[in-house]
Design a protein around this ligand. Structure first.
Ligand code: MG
Length: 163
């Protein structure tokens, strides 16, 4: 049977919310009193998507390629990591079918920023915007996200092999 060559991957990431850092999600600087802490810009959404793509590729996780001990990645835009991960996908002959993502944050309201996040990620990956979906939810004040200690992101990505 001739089945389409599909690969699915999932990704998950969390960063801590701290004072004195910008809040960057999907490459958008979201106005907020707290920002995500991390070695890069700590863009949890983009990190989760990178891990979903690498998972689909069977190629490990972003920690393996962009370790947080490497000064080269300090403070950089995570969109650059996403660009590199997408390059790796294409190098192996895969194209993005679609990606679906969720951000989990009590505050701030992320909904107004979703269209720009989609634009940024689609442009970085060189895919149509309709292939990327982003959802945002609170946790009804439960857990670390609900206590505003951090922001989590989940992603699934489906890759299809060009034949
Ligand atoms: Mg991360």
């Amino acid at each position: 049977m001739n089945l389409p060559n599909l690969r699915i991957g999932n990704g998950y990431d969390v960063h801590r919310l701290v004072e004195g850092r910008k809040l960057i999600l999907g490459g958008v600087e979201v106005p907020h009193s707290l920002g995500l802490d991390g070695h890069s810009d700590a863009d949890a959404l983009v990190h989760a998507l990178c891990d979903a793509l690498l998972g689909a590729l069977g190629a490990g996780d972003i920690g393996a390629y962009f370790p947080d001990t490497d000064p080269q990645w300090k403070g950089i835009s995570s969109l650059l990591l996403l660009k590199e991960v997408m390059r790796m996908c294409r190098e192996k002959g895969f194209e993005l079918a679609n990606a679906d993502t969720i951000m989990v944050a009590q505050k701030p309201k992320l909904a107004p920023h979703l269209p720009q996040m989609i634009k940024n990620m689609a442009a970085t990956m060189n895919v149509e915007s309709e292939r990327i979906n982003i959802k945002a939810t609170t946790t009804e004040k439960l857990g670390f996200a609900g206590r505003e200690e951090g922001i989590a992101a989940y992603a699934v990505a489906l890759l299809i092999k060009n034949v």
